[in-house]
Structure formats: structure tokens, C-alpha cells
Design a protein around this ligand. Structure first.
Ligand code: SAM
Length: 290
């Protein structure tokens, strides 16, 4: 499918595919996927289903994170031989917290033509419904899986004057929210869950409310989380007493374990915190579960 401007070398197409609803694919994406010489897919079995649905039988090759360097070399060779290659991932736009970056860089280094075929992305879908105006937005992708690194990153948002966007997987969302409330207090947060799917949910809420909602769910689904900046209204700075009471009312941890977690999160003395927690507990007779 070469045009006169790229007679010798092929073109690398970065093709966005649906993030849930199969109707969310552009006419141009369908045409490019049909006309390309190869489709390089993160998971060929997953993409085969989409291609079958669209009646497309273009050659599939695999392009997954663990083999990204080698596969990128192979794709660049195809491009240099004059073949067109379309890159797709399991959902959304390639190279946005997904494989794709390596081949894009290599293709650019060799002066090959790269063309974006824009379409769905969980990032833009969530932002489009968040109602954010004026402030800057920082996209973090996935927060670090390691708790210490995640907490360090979240602490950098304490005085940030921008919205911070995170992708989060179903099994890490609770940990992320717990670390966020410990680092930032009870910030406002926008949650976009299962976008374009049957159980799509959009909610402007607070971290403490979202922790309660999330912990009561069996199936958590895919999330985009948009943390408001410190000065967004309404927001409530939580002091240590608030955090102790929050753990008492919403966490399944014992008094001792809550104090251990909080002391580590806040970098304060565990014994002082424990003393204060006992005091609060006896001031506020029998209303909680610590
Ligand atoms: N490249 C993709 C894009 O453009 O959206 C993102 C891929 S990343 C590996 C997967 C993460 O994106 C999920 O863990 C979730 O945070 C977010 N995500 C993907 N699909 C989503 C959906 N339907 N609803 C909410 N979040 C979604």
C-alpha cells in the first residue's frame, strides 16, 4: 500500500483500537489494518478476535513488551524492505503505557515514516468526562508497583498545582488509594471505571469515599484515576487525628496494625501515634472497630 512519497520504504502506523466497546474503531483504522502488509500486535490471539470481528485477514506478527527490542528490529527491517506495518496493542493507543515506544524510536532514528492513527485511549476518554478546566494535567501512567516508590511519587503531589492522572489495575487499586490518602489527605478524585464497557462508571468523589466503594466490590475492573491538586475545592486536609479516625472507621486493620501502617506512611513515632489513637478511642466511646 505504498504511495509515491514512500516508494522505497514502508510506513509504520500506530493504530488505536477499542478499550472495550468494539464500535469504537475509526474507519481509517479499519482501512489501515486491512491494507498494511503486517499487523504487529501485543497479543496476537487477542487482536485476532478484533480482526475476525472486522473481517480482516492481514498477517499478524507478535510485538510484546518482553521482546520489544528484537521485535522492533524485525519490524524496522520490514519497513526498510518497503512493507507497511501497523502496530496495535490489546486496548487503546499503542505506546501509551503500552508497547510501541521502542519501534517508534528505532523507526525515527532510521528516518522511516511514522503515522499515528488516533482513536480510543483510556486517558483521553477519562479526561473528556472529568470536567477539568484551566489547571495543568500530569499523566503518570501506572504508579510504581513497589509501595515505597509509589509512596515517594504520591508525596511529590502534596503541593502540586496540577491534576495527576494514573492508570491502575484491578489488583493494585486498593493499595494505591491507601497510599494516596496517607500521603495527601482526603483529596478529591475523579474515577473512570470500565470505560465504554457494560459497567462503565464515572464518579467525582473523595479518596476516603472511593476506598470504601472499592473495598466493598468483588470485581474491580480497569480504572483511570485523576487526583485533584491540593487547592481544588472541596478538599479537606487530614491531620493525624483524622487519619487515625479514618482507619478506625474504614479499615479492617487492628488498632496496632493501623498505627504501624500510619506511622510508617507519615514517618512519625509509632508509640506516640499509638498513644494518641488510644486516647481518641476512649474519647469517642465505642463507635468504631479498632
Ligand atoms: N494504551 C492504553 C490506552 O491508550 O488507554 C492503556 C493500556 S494500559 C496497559 C491498561 C490500563 O489502561 C488499565 O490498567 C487501566 O488503567 C486503563 N484502561 C484501559 N482500558 C480501560 C477502560 N476500559 N476503562 C478504564 N481504564 C482503562
Amino acid at each position: 500500500m505504498h504511495d509515491s512519497t514512500s516508494a522505497k520504504t514502508g510506513t509504520l502506523y500506530i493504530v488505536a483500537t477499542p478499550i472495550g466497546n468494539l464500535e469504537d474503531i475509526t474507519l481509517r483504522a479499519i482501512r489501515i489494518l486491512k491494507e498494511a502488509d503486517y499487523i504487529a500486535a501485543e497479543d496476537t490471539r487477542h487482536t485476532k478476535k478484533l480482526l475476525n470481528h472486522l473481517g480482516i485477514d492481514t498477517n499478524l506478527i507478535s510485538y510484546y513488551r518482553e521482546q520489544e527490542q528484537q521485535r522492533a528490529e524485525q519490524i524496522v527491517r520490514f519497513l526498510e524492505e518497503g512493507q507497511d506495518v501497523a502496530i496495535v496493542t490489546d486496548a487503546g493507543t499503542p505506546a501509551i503505557s503500552d508497547p510501541g515506544t521502542v519501534v517508534v524510536r528505532k523507526a525515527r532514528e532510521r528516518g522511516l515514516k511514522i503515522v499515528p492513527i488516533p482513536g480510543p485511549s483510556a486517558l483521553t476518554a477519562a479526561l473528556s468526562c472529568a470536567g477539568i478546566e484551566e489547571k495543568a494535567i500530569m499523566f503518570h501512567g501506572f504508579a510504581p508497583a513497589k509501595k515505597t516508590q509509589r509512596k515517594k511519587l504520591l508525596q511529590t503531589l502534596l503541593h502540586a498545582d496540577y491534576y495527576a492522572v494514573f492508570y491502575e489495575s484491578p489488583h493494585r487499586i486498593e493499595g494505591f488509594l491507601q497510599d494516596a490518602i496517607a500521603a495527601l489527605g482526603d483529596r478529591q478524585i475523579f474515577m473512570a471505571r470500565e470505560l465504554t464497557k457494560n459497567f462503565e462508571e464515572l464518579q467525582q468523589t473523595s479518596l476516603s469515599e472511593l476506598i470504601v466503594i472499592t473495598s466493598s466490590r468483588k470485581s474491580r475492573g480497569e480504572h483511570v484515576l485523576i487526583l485533584a491538586p491540593a487547592d481544588a475545592v472541596p478538599s479537606k486536609e487530614m491531620d493525624i487525628d483524622d487519619l487515625i479516625l479514618w482507619y478506625r472507621d474504614h479499615s479492617s486493620l487492628s488498632l496496632k496494625d493501623s498505627c504501624k501502617t500510619l506511622a510508617a506512611d507519615l514517618g512519625v513515632s509509632r508509640s506516640k501515634l499509638y498513644k494518641r489513637a488510644l486516647q481518641l478511642w476512649s474519647d469517642d466511646e465505642g463507635t468504631g472497630n479498632l
